[in-house]
Design a protein around this ligand. Sequence first.
Ligand code: BG6
Ligand code: MG
Length: 220
Amino acid sequence: NKKGFIFDLDGVIVDTAKYHYLAWKNLAEELGISFSEIQNEQLKGVSRIRSLEKILEWGNLEIPQDKFDKLLVEKNEEYLSYINNMNQNEILPDAVRVLEYLKTQNCGIALGSASKNARIILDKVNLREHFETIIDGTDVTKAKPDPEVFIKGAERLNIAPEHCVVFEDSVAGIQAANAAGMVSIGIGDSAILYEADYVFENFKEMDNQFINQLITTEKV
Ligand code: BG6
Ligand code: MG
């Protein structure tokens, strides 16, 4: 069976987590809500709206809808100002090697991101061509940990979910991959991503032999 590989974007392909962090931290602190790396971890993979809801919950703060919408716009403007200065140096180590290897092995390759800025970022680092299909925050109604984004990716690749593998750096994303019935591979800290089928610190640690194993074995 042909295998499909679905990549998360932020924190897997590119190091944008630090920009989300900066923008959310500034916003939270303006509201008088403290914001640390621990909280940031809980926002990884989480949609823009849900992220702001969580921050307000942490601060025990309720705000009117128009203020809420305005804050979302401000956060994204600040985030985009960082993205605008991005270049290919911000592609995470060996991500391109893995993408290119999978292509030589005739695998389906998709992007499955919660971000509405996914296409802008891929263009910025010149990686759009590497993906057969892109599912992003504009294509889904249910955010990770709901499996919708990955199920749609599998559909577009025309490959059954059980023949798909997901690369994710977030807890919500690993849960989404598991819920989709796909092989879940965490990229990051195994103490955080313990629900994943496998965890690698980064793509450098993942050799082609392991990838071959993913291509040839069936999920049991
Ligand atoms: C995810 C990020 O990929 O996209 C989250 O991990 C982010 O931190 C979410 O909130 C939505 O992104 P955006 O670009 O639409 O605000
Ligand atoms: Mg991510």
